[in-house]
Design a protein around this ligand. Sequence first.
Ligand code: SF4
Length: 333
Amino acid sequence: MRDFAYVIAKTPEDAVVADGTNIMPIAGGTELLNWFRLGIAAPTSVIDLGHIPGLGTIAQTDDWLSIGALASLNDVGAHAVVRSEAALLSQACLAAASAQIRNRATIGGNVLQKTRCAYFRTEAPVPWACNKREPGSGCAAYAGLNERHALFGWTDDCVATQPSDPVVALAALEAEVELAGRDGRRILPVTELHLTQEDALAAGLDPARTETRMKPGEIIVGYRVPIRKGQRSAYVKVRERASYEYALVSAGAVIELDGGKISRASIALGSVAQKPWRLVKAEHELVGLPPTREAVLPALRAALADARPLSQNRYKISMAAGAAARAIVEASA
Ligand code: SF4
């Protein structure tokens, strides 16, 4: 651990740092302090967002739910309006980490956590190839231990996934994220916040180290979640133990029913790519089907046909289809 200066921000704009400075924002600290310990980040200063008034507020206005970036995962998960209008977001928040961590972890920071790739999460100096830690060193997971890695969007530079639970729910809900930066504030669909390695490569960016479309110095201010009358939702997380564990795969389903048949569907998968992975093709195919496992599985399997499994993670394809089917069935109940 190295020494660093500590500054308190009074407004989101206070935390927008100038170009070329080694200053990082901190909120709950449940992820950032790990980066310091492992040598993933070593800022000269941190700016504490935790004292900005109103940034943890959750409120309903008209057909939107607004959630401040500082709201803790437990606060979002327990909020009455989130539970009633966006149940899968409540479920995803409460499925993350442990109760103690959820009291500190913020929904702003959670979606910016880094991959759980074991080659990445190691103390410096990193003894193996990892392009995310040491650019140009290679990717040990590509030909190594990759059972938890990506099915979609990867390149041989990096095959890591984004492990956040809430971001899957926010993507299925078609939420927006508000960012504050040097050029003012802007809004992005949550589905466009993260980049796969292929997305980054296509944009001429470093495919291993570019994980979001956020500009240098930008911070997340909050989210806007549309509330649609009659929508039902559920989040399913498949993991090796019931608590304090990351997903092997997860699925969020938001559906509307008409006469017992699906009239609208929005499905997102987690832990299969470096961004929440929407099953857009399946969403069209699901319309008109009853929300039963037997009825929806063929469309979900077809939407997963273009997955590119690695040597050890082919199992994720059927697991993801099953998780999505379960989410649809639970949402309809
Ligand atoms: Fe590093 Fe990405 Fe490869 Fe993991 S998958 S070893 S994070 S480059």
